[in-house]
Write a protein that binds this ligand. Structure first.
Ligand code: ADP
Ligand code: ASP
Ligand code: MG
Length: 431
């Protein structure tokens, strides 16, 4: 069976107009077999994170925060559907399950509870989208993706159990697709074998679409975005960015690994492994192909800039001037892995090791505490990591303007630098 996988992110379904746009895109494909993966509406995941925090803090604001999310979704249902009763019932059921959790004392495992609560964003948006798509007369059905995607119990960063997921896709999802044309399901979430909900990490819906594409041997995957395709830089940060019409899997995985927010970095491997082309397409211009990511070889690219904000540089050195030897490095790396600090850049000298990581203070503190008395650590905060692929002198000069460079490295076609933005110095008048 020839199957396509479509993914619509929170930006595509942030309001009724967004849902209508998704509907008009899906209508164009109403005869195709499509799995539609949808994220939570707009910024709902952030709002649900606030609910979890408030529940643990016991600050009395939890129900107020939850009510705002509920009202937003109810309003959307009423705006979108002429007969909203069934969708409102579904919404009510989802919130009842959430109320059961919130009535209990907070569970000692924060990450576990986070997943049980935050996952409702995708359940709500997918149920609403499924009701709406049905109302348009498209032969479609809602699917709970937790019946298909099985994971381990690393809450908030769950690992896929590929064999079980592949089996479920073949045994449950394919038969569904022979009955209906569009299956509407959730991104971002999965289930343990004990039926507890897990999440795959923030922005994980792209990854869900790639997992399902892989398991179904899809002929293509399409991510619908609020941009014309993959650009040479984030348009929220840079003017004069241009669209890259074609990208190799290798270029795409490098860009996203360094932090290009347009696609989740885990997305590329599954689709590369099965040679499935990935189209990054503008949801406001569905006729455009956007960017095609496939097995292109030896393309030449213009300079591409990726910026990761909120970085920390950890300078680790030995107290007694002994060399940072391999056994130290091995210990440091296992601690970095233990506390899930992703190494974005690193360098060692005789008695020190410097590493750039995302600034997650709780994890950095635990890491520092575990280093032991042999080492001391100094941390620089408020830094940016700038990665420039296919750089030239002009772009480099431009990117260094008003920046203090703390750390720079060049490797063939990539320059990386960790920088601090400097305030612009201006000469005082009359001096
Ligand atoms: P969604 O809700 O669909 O997942 P996101 O907001 O997560 O959308 O991702 C789309 C955003 O990614 C764009 O609006 C854009 O600002 C940002 N972005 C960052 N880097 C790039 C890039 N190189 N090309 C295109 N968009 C980029
Ligand atoms: N809703 C989730 C998030 O905001 C997943 C996603 O949108 O990809 O992180
Ligand atoms: Mg996203």
């Amino acid at each position: 069976m020839s199957v396509k996988v479509f993914k619509f992110g929170g930006a595509s379904v942030r309001d009724a107009e967004g849902f209508r746009n998704v509907g008009s895109i899906l209508k164009k494909y109403s005869d195709d077999k499509i799995v539609v993966v949808v994220s939570a509406m707009g910024k709902t995941t952030n709002a649900l994170e606030e609910v979890v925090k408030s529940y643990y803090a016991g600050d009395g604001k939890t129900s107020q925060l939850l009510d705002a999310i509920r009202t937003g979704h109810e309003n959307l249902i009423r705006e979108l559907l002429t007969t909203p009763a069934e969708a409102l019932d579904d919404l009510n059921d989802t919130f009842v399950q959430l109320d059961w959790i919130l009535e209990e004392e907070p569970h000692e495992d924060f990450d576990y509870t986070y997943d049980q609560i935050v996952s409702i964003g995708e359940l709500l948006s997918s149920q609403i989208l499924a009701s709406y798509i049905k109302s348009l007369g498209i032969n479609s059905r809602w699917l709970d993706v937790r019946d298909i995607i099985l994971t381990d119990n690393t809450y908030r960063d769950a690992r896929i159990q590929w064999e079980a997921t592949q089996k479920n896709s073949r045994d449950k999802l394919l038969p569904m697709l022979s009955e209906v044309n569009h299956v509407i399901t959730q991104g971002f979430i999965g289930s343990t074998s004990e039926n507890f909900t897990t999440t795959l990490g923030r922005e994980g819906s792209d990854y869900t679409a790639a997992i399902l594409s892989y398991c179904l041997d899809a002929d293509s995957m399409h991510i619908w975005k609020d941009v014309p395709g993959v650009l040479t830089g984030d348009p929220r940060i840079f003017d004069e960015v241009i669209k890259l019409p074609r990208l190799s899997y290798k270029e795409a995985i490098e860009m996203t690994y360094y932090g290009a927010k347009v696609i989740h970095p885990k997305t590329i491997k599954p689709i590369q492994n099965k040679q499935i082309p990935l189209f990054v397409r503008p949801f406001l211009d569905p006729a455009s192909e956007g960017t095609v990511i496939s097995d292109e070889k030896e393309l030449s690219y213009p300079p591409v800039i990726v910026i990761e904000h909120d970085q920390a540089l950890l300078h680790i050195s030995t107290n007694d001037f002994s060399f940072v030897a391999e056994h130290h490095l091995s210990m440091i790396f296992s601690l970095l892995a233990k506390f899930r600090l992703k190494v974005n850049m690193m360098r060692n000298t005789a008695i020190s090791f410097t590493v750039c990581v995302n600034n997650i203070p709780e994890r950095i503190q635990k890491f520092e505490a575990s280093l032991g008395s042999e080492f001391k650590m100094v941390t620089d905060n408020d830094l940016e990591l700038i990665t420039i692929r296919h750089f030239n002198d002009e772009v480099l000069k431009d990117m260094k303007k008003n920046k203090l460079i703390l750390f720079e490295e060049r490797l063939q076609d990539t320059v990386q630098m960790v920088v601090r933005n400097l305030p612009r110095m201006k000469r005082k008048e009359n001096v």
